[in-house]
Design a protein around this ligand. Sequence first.
Ligand code: DP6
Length: 325
Amino acid sequence: MNTPHITALAHPNIAFIKYWGDRDPRLHIPSSNSVSMNLSTLYTKITLSVEPDTHTDKLVINDIAVTGAKLQRIATFLDHVRRLGECSHYFQIVSHTNFPTGAGIASSAAAFASLSVAASALCDLAMDEASLSRLARLGSGSACRSIPAGFVEWNAGENHLTSYAYSLHPASHWNLYDCIAIIDQSPKTTSSIQGHTLADTSPLQAGRLEDIEQRLKQCKDAIQRRDFDALAAVVEPDSDMMHAVMMTSSPPLFYWLPASLGVMLAVREWRAQGLPACYTLDAGANVHVICTEDYHSQVTERLKQLNGVIDVLSSPPGSSATLIE
Ligand code: DP6
């Protein structure tokens, strides 16, 4: 160990083809591949510093000291990094996030991607991108997709070695925008980690997985060809199918609020009238509206007029997780 503190930054990502359900919940080996885009204007920045003479980690999120389950999740992750790096130090973890956390904007993805980059550097672990992606997955499944740049695919794999994400195209490939209609800023009541364990209790999960290969291909082809209509034709049904699984699991999970449905219907109507936009929702009520650069101001303005929309955050594709100092 030769650096007392280190800072890393990572972006959240929005999935176009979703991850829902694990083959191995302990290692977060998913039931299928997924495809996402990093979000450049949103980020989590983590500064890790060595805490001398202590046997516990300390966590500060957006200037507030945090203990309990959140700290435990991070300490367990850091224990793994300490074992890998044969490193005996405990850390202060200071995290800054510039968007609402725990509300379906992949905040834990950005956090664990950032933490993986910072902790591996501080413990002198020379990790390539695939190794960092595998490490981030152990903290939060979708965090593995926030390690590589731009448009990303997570290969489900069958074990720790084969399950990691890689870049399909750099951020500069296609200037898509994610305009996020914020409807609810409060943390979700059922975390995604808990939700994944319920996926197989829905009779619809098998059907969702049965033709996911074809949706993955359609999505990757649409991105490759920068074909927005083809992208919209697969992104919306994939999101709807994941939510159908959530709603029919035991116990059922309803992440949508009435205003979420209002936004979804409006977006479909706008598209029918010729505006190229489509929606997708993660495990939360906020609606991600995807469009091309030419339309993002118009989409943002229209979203702000809709009932129940508190704010709109918008972002083009983002780069990889990175060390910044
Ligand atoms: C619905 O287990 O990665 O966003 O740890 O809460 O970030 P968090 O979630 P994770 O599951 C994410 C599931 C999803 C769909 C997706 O991003 O693919």
